[in-house]
Design a protein around this ligand. Sequence first.
Ligand code: 5GP
Length: 181
Amino acid sequence: MLSADPCIGEVLLSDEQIQARVREIGEQLTIEYAGRAPLMVCVLRGAYSFLTDLSRSIDLPVEIDFIAVSSYGSSTRTSGVVRLVKDLDVDLTGRDVILIEDIVDTGLTLRYLRRSLEARGPNSLEVCTLLARESADLEGLGVKYVGFTIPGDFVIGYGLDVDERYRNLRYLASYEPQDDA
Ligand code: 5GP
């Protein structure tokens, strides 16, 4: 059973804590984007849980599209090279885009995505991330909406994976690799 997996460490954010914060951000976006129909761009795959809950907390006619990037490297370490795996279907020209991220760590992925999306002529582009490392330069990266700030430990759950596992946990936990895993 998944719940008995020893790699799932301490619960850092409970289901309830996450849902309460997601609702708050949804209410904030509902106010700040009133009268508009923002396009939520979900960065696959880690942000899918956040996108699902957040979009349902926004009382506006939002639209949704998906983009996927990957960075080469091992499962718990980014390599420094980002590439586009799946592009958007929707034209961004004149749109109010909200980029939905799972976690901003070094900011490499975000820098790449921002460059790519800004080149397509949106009316506005804001970034909304569920998690950000304490070490991340959020101002420099132009991140306006942050769910939670967390320390350096590698985390799993609520969309975040290790080798595609643990995304379906309702909570966020630290990852405790086992010697024989
Ligand atoms: P950055 O480019 O900001 O260094 O890394 C962002 C990406 O690295 C995230 O979108 C996520 O896919 C991955 N990442 C960074 N930290 C973690 C973590 O603690 N857990 C998981 N599962 N992925 C992470």
